[in-house]
Design a protein. Structure first.
Length: 275
């Protein structure tokens, strides 16, 4: 069968794959466009398998506040190189995935991957596999998060390699909300406050504190007290509301919020960053 340049261009328009890949797929499929598309997707799956051990440490992180500032959504789409991350087409895929997450409100990352991509018949998971075949890099939708609250602020750090969404229990001014979201982005707290630190994290910090005290020659009966003191220091340094406010070290983040409203506080946050 004669495969024309118009046929190849048509398949390229449909799939976005390279010209030679499209021609080879059409030849192998005897001119059947649906079969050729399947072949290109299979190529993507093969590439995905070959790239499974590669590190996709670049990419884009996108966050957005919606529903009148009462919901925030954040996604991470990884790739291998900064060159691909800065590509306009890659950015469009990431934004389409974010828009789908906002509209459909999936419960989990896997649910998001199973949704239809941007008005097409293929799932987001299949679209990512297709992009792997086109680009030749490992691509992975690695994280997805949602925060719902009376006020949610989304902060995207320039370059889109770091973002945060923060929920507040009451309406906070945009400047104050942005300050706190930037605090989350810059200082990477482990939780909102000491009460929300996971128990296993607390126990790990206590054990580390005990071991440090014993290694410093402190008696075993004092090690527990010393460890608890160090745990309190950990809470101050690593929980958002207890951290020193980055714009005024005389205030904690909690105290900063209270300058606007004595009852204003943070209810939840999500922070994602590329390694």
């Amino acid at each position: 069968m004669n495969i024309t340049a118009a046929d190849v261009n048509k398949l390229r328009t449909i799939t976005g794959a390279g010209m030679m890949d499209c021609k080879k797929a059409l030849v192998e499929a005897n001119g059947d466009f649906d079969a050729a598309i399947d072949l290109l997707r299979k190529k993507g799956q093969k590439v995905a398998a070959n790239r499974s051990d590669r590190e996709a440490s670049e990419g884009l992180i996108l966050a957005k506040s919606v529903d009148g500032g009462k919901r925030g959504v954040i996604i991470v789409l990884n790739c291998e190189t900064d060159f691909v991350a800065k590509n306009e087409a890659f950015g469009q895929v990431a934004n389409n995935i974010l828009d789908t997450a906002i509209a459909a409100q999936p419960a989990t990352l896997e649910d998001l991957k199973a949704l239809k991509y941007a008005g097409t018949d293929q799932t987001i998971g299949d679209k990512i596999t297709e992009e792997i075949g086109k680009i030749g890099e490992k691509i992975e939708l690695s994280n997805y998060g949602v925060v719902s609250a009376e006020k949610v602020y989304a902060y995207n750090h320039p370059g889109n390699k770091l973002a945060a969404i923060v929920g507040f229990n009451k309406a906070a001014g945009d400047d104050m909300a942005k300050d706190v979201a930037m605090q989350v982005a810059a200082m990477a707290p482990v939780s909102v406050d000491e009460s929300s630190v996971p128990e296993d994290v607390k126990q790990k910090e206590i054990e580390i504190g005990k071991e440090q005290a014993i290694n410093e020659g402190k008696p075993a009966d004092m090690a527990e007290k010393i460890a608890m003191g160090r745990l309190n220091k950990f809470f101050k340094e690593s929980t958002l509301l207890n951290q020193e406010f980055i714009k005024d070290s005389k205030l904690s983040v909690s105290q900063y919020l209270k300058t606007a409203d004595k009852d204003l506080t943070v209810t939840e946050f999500k922070r994602f960053a590329l390694n």
